[in-house]
Design a protein. Sequence first.
Length: 387
Amino acid sequence: MFTAVAQEKPKAAPPKIEAAKPEQAKPVGDRLGLSGKLGDAVTKTPAGKGKGQIDVTAPKGAFGIPGAPDINYLLAIIWAVWVGWIFSTVGAFGGIMAGVGHMTVYGLGDYAKSFRTTSPALNKTLTDSIRTSNQFLVGLSALISMINFLKAKRLAWPLGIALALGSVAGAVFIPMLTGGKISLRAYQGWFGLFVFLVGAFMVYELTPKGQAKKKSSKAAAQAFEKSVKEKKDLATQGITLKKFTLTKSTFTFFGADFDFSPIWAFVGGLVIAAISSFLGVGGGFLYVPYLTSLVGAPMYVVAGTSAMAVFISMLTSITGYITVAKAGMDWGLIGIELVGIFIGSMIGPRTQKYIPDKWLKIIFIILAAYVGLRYFSAGFFGQSWVP
């Protein structure tokens, strides 16, 4: 007789208790009085007091956003004077120094980066706003510098016009192609890389090999510096156009002839304006080495000529960012900064003549090395390698 062994049924596993998910912050759900893409992005951004959130109860800061950095207007004017002076003196670094001010000195860079994961749209919109703000400052500085250098006959206007025409073509498309698509971190990385590379090229310009190609430039610079010391009338020996054709043009400056191709100047203006519009700067840091290489002109001529091309490209680029990319602006901050820009830009051309040509280039190189390395490392590696 066999005994049947009853098979026990397996006991049912106890129900899994899921860990409570942290409650996601609700979006702001309101434009908070902000227009355009900035208002749209704010509406969808998480509300709260944490990183990457908007505290709707906080006082309004930059761009009218509650909790955004509260910028000291006195600091903004002082920094803008520096921006105007450096651009009108060297013919470059105005937009770059404006970018340093907006991103680092005023804290807008870290603020924009805080929304990288919580609100990518706001991160990219603020990047466009920073780019456009930079260009407002350098645009006014370029206009004032251009007028001052033209009066002093230290602006090679035929070369400037050729560059400017190319710059319009280059600057018009970038806001259409990149508006609302570039994160602050990516922007910082490319910003730093281009600045660093140009600084490296300017180091080459000071080497014996680089200087060998610039005999006319050196002679003109020495003649200019001698006239300054002897307190002669500088305008009488300034820029004079000798010949102008589409393939080759010539102008004189303090007894030295300088040749350039308007066609190549146009192409250079197009490429440089496209790069500078993307970076949200004037492009002087690219125009300066391009002009010293293309024409071999001294810095005393390059600064004013660069300013002319920068001014035209800034008009084009700013219009594109505001009308096409719908970049939000902090008009109160811009207005205050433009006052400082005006002061610095009036001082620059009057002090430039007392600074040797070689030292102007050294100033350029030092700034390029520091600024380039700082933003390149912060953008591409997440941490700045220099203070």
